[in-house]
Design a protein around this ligand. Structure first.
Ligand SMILES: Cc1cc2nc3c(=O)[nH]c(=O)nc-3n(C[C@H](O)[C@H](O)[C@H](O)COP(=O)(O)OP(=O)(O)OC[C@H]3O[C@@H](n4cnc5c(N)ncnc54)[C@H](O)[C@@H]3O)c2cc1C
Length: 642
């Protein structure tokens, strides 16, 4: 934990300027903060909707201990303002559960709260998909209860919202981009787009032809590995060796890499053909580092180039991640650019929600799907067949009398400090294995043994709302990648060219607000895979918001101070989205199993008794489509049981 600076360093980093970190008290913008945001306080208060939990304090002089106020920081405005990443109450409840701190007598005496045909645990894409496809298979008369522990739906596919200089801006909290499914292919994603009338062609922010030409990513990944440089202007920062633009365009000629490193980096970049199932199985037996350095014989500079990308996308460093995943994640030069909605993949769970409870997201069009305020009243009304309960943490799921052959279960959950119990004829666990192994108290030993092999790694997504970004424009770039000695934070950031709709079209201009997004994993090379995940998660959860803010500001100074960047003027807000279990770690042998022993993924997919398990992790590589697919499978599986 670093100490907060004082004097000139403090001023240099802009820590004394009013940003929303400390200008909010219980969700209402106070005093001068309104002026610096450029929106009236009533505007922002209206946009923030419900009361905000955090009490902001004046600039601190020492790094504070971790607690609710110091953990979360500012959460933006609107419906997602109290649900940025894994929030403090959710983390605390999960840890109480893990540590066996719920009193068994209190759990046994939980208040009865009704009976349902299906209880779904988890309100991410998978949980909403399970509920939606269950209803589709069984008809609307069925009673469904969905429990979600955050105070907003969407899981990892939630969004951050800002109002800066009167402009409403969105950014992804985690889940970010997607490939538009081809129409008429009959795939699940194609049917999903057709069923929910999602457009497949989009309008994008226009770029004033009087400004210098500049190329933008339409998501926050295309800039990471530089493979889409033909479409994005990327600055590479080599510490004291300075910044180079679009290094691959002239075969790394201007970079400080050695001749051998350059040769091997170019070979690595060309090594992108699709792999067969047999190759994929073989690559599952090696680490990615061994594949790069021993099988391909590349210079370690290649491993260093790829390390943070593998760390983000697989959760661990390349000496612990399997080569199958490394090979899939980063090797596809000049592929078609994926696209992102303004709030990342949040429209997908929102579409499912609209399908389940039409008046929860009033309106029918695409714009309100992305920007419309949620009607929270519509989620959990007496008498409706589908009920969605937020801020509700499932603690125990068990078959009657602990007998998995029985056709009834009890689900106990905590909400607002009280315990409740509901009956269910079936349960879908659309939450990850890290929590399932504590909630599924009667799971069979082989499932427990499978879950014991699951381990997870965290990721941090920081959205920095900027009042202007002329400092990037002056450099002729919209994305950055940096190489340092471990003294910085993250490795890349970018601003996107946003999708626009009839209802919303913020201006893309260097003097206007934009969101600069930092995506990062927190791998610890040299440690075994599971240890990396647990160690970095413990550290990451114990780090106060202020500490991350400081590091982000220092990183931005290191990148941009030589240009026109002024943190006190340019930064309007910083929102952190912490994902404690962002990635299921896949070390060698995990995906396909080893020596005739099946993969633990296979066992988890089977569920047991009247419990179906459906979460994107069951796919191995997690993405929005796998959440939709595994949720659907689980929903249809339990529909067939009833
Ligand atoms: C940082 C990051 C970036 C990503 N980027 C992309 C991307 O660009 N493109 C892409 O396609 N995919 C991306 N993904 C992956 C993809 O978004 C996820 O795999 C998918 O959204 C997960 O959906 P899910 O419903 O399976 O799980 P989750 O989103 O994890 O939803 C599970 C929900 O259950 C809740 N829950 C857990 N335990 C309980 C309990 N006991 N009681 C009640 N509720 C509970 C959780 O809080 C959560 O809301 C990204 C993921 C992360 C973390």
């Amino acid at each position: 934990m670093s100490h907060l600076p004082s004097g000139p360093e403090r001023r240099r980093l802009g820590l004394d300027a009013h940003i929303t970190r400390r200008d909010f008290v219980n969700g209402v913008l106070v005093g001068a903060g309104a002026a610096v945001l450029g929106a009236s306080s009533s505007n922002v208060a209206a946009a923030s909707g419900r009361a905000c939990r955090r009490t902001a304090s004046e600039p601190a002089t020492a790094a504070p201990a971790i607690g609710e106020d110091t953990f979360t920081g500012y959460g933006g405005v609107g419906d997602y303002a109290r649900a940025n990443g894994n929030t403090w109450p959710v983390v605390q409840a999960a840890h109480r559960l893990r540590d066996g701190q719920y009193d068994s007598a209190a759990l046994a005496n939980a208040k009865a709260a009704g009976d349902f045909d299906l209880v779904v645990v988890g309100g991410g894409i998978a949980g909403l998909s399970a509920a939606y496809y269950f209803i589709k298979a069984t008809g609307v008369g069925r009673r469904v209860l969905l429990l979600e522990n955050h105070d907003m739906l969407g899981g990892e596919a939630r969004q951050n919202e800002f109002v800066v200089e009167g402009e409403r801006l969105l950014g992804p909290q985690g889940s970010n981009d997607f490939i538009v499914p081809e129409r008429g292919k009959g795939s699940l994603l194609d049917s999903f787009f057709a069923e929910f009338d999602l457009p497949r062609e989009y309008a994008w922010q226009s770029w004033d032809s009087k400004l210098r030409p500049l190329r933008f990513a339409r998501d926050n990944y295309s800039n990471m590995d530089g493979f889409q440089e033909s479409q994005v202007d990327i600055g590479y920062f080599f510490g004291t060796a300075g910044c180079r633009k679009n290094i691959w365009a002239n075969a790394l000629a201007e970079t400080p890499f050695s001749a051998t490193a350059r040769r091997d980096l170019l070979k690595w970049r060309a090594n992108h053909w699709p792999i067969s199932e047999a190759e994929s199985r073989h690559l599952d037996t090696l680490t990615y580092k061994d594949y790069l350095e021993k099988v391909c014989g590349y210079d370690p500079a290649v491993t260093r180039m790829v390390e943070p990308i593998v760390g983000l996308l697989s959760g661990v460093s390349s000496d612990a991640a399997c080569a199958r995943l490394g090979r899939q994640l980063v090797e596809a030069p000049d592929r078609a650019m994926a696209v992102s909605f303004p709030g990342g993949n949040s429209p997908f769970p929102r579409a499912l929600l609209r399908g389940l409870l039409t008046d929860s997201l009033p309106g029918k069009d695409f714009s309100t799907l992305m920007y419309g305020p949620m009607n929270f009243e519509a989620l959990d009304r007496d008498g409706q067949s589908v009920r969605i309960r937020l801020n509700a943490t499932a603690l125990r799921v068990e078959h009657a009398n602990g007998d998995a052959s029985r056709d009834s279960l009890a689900v106990t959950y905590e909400r607002g400090g009280s315990l409740f119990k509901v009956g269910a004829r079936a349960v879908v666990m659309a939450s990850g294995g890290w929590i399932n192994k504590h909630t599924l108290v009667d799971m069979p030993p082989d499932l427990r043994a499978a879950y014991d092999q699951f381990s997870y790694a965290p990721a941090l997504i920081a959205n920095v709302a900027l009042r202007q970004w002329r400092f990037l424009y002056d450099m002729g770039i919209t994305a950055c990648r940096w190489f340092d000695e471990g003294d910085g934070i993250g490795y890349c950031c970018n601003i996107r060219q946003n999708m626009v709709t009839g209802g919303h079209s913020p201006v893309l201009h260097p003097d206007r607000p934009a969101v600069l997004a930092f995506y990062m994993g927190l791998p610890i090379p040299g440690l075994p895979a599971a240890v990396q995940g647990a160690t970095s998660r413990a550290k990451f959860l114990a780090t106060p918001y202020m500490d991350f803010e400081l590091r982000i500001r220092r990183q931005m100074m290191a990148l941009f101070a030589s240009r026109s960047f002024k943190p006190e003027r340019d930064i309007a807000a910083i929102v952190l989205n912490r994902w404690g279990h962002a990635r299921l770690i896949e070390p060698p042998g995990f995906h396909y199993g080893v020596e005739g022993r099946p993969s633990p993924l296979e066992r988890a997919r089977e569920g047991y008794g009247r419990v179906a398990i459906g979460h994107s992790e069951l796919n191995g590589a997690q993405h929005w489509g796998s959440a939709l697919e595994y949720g659907k499978r689980a929903g249809e599986k339990v529909a067939a049981m009833l």
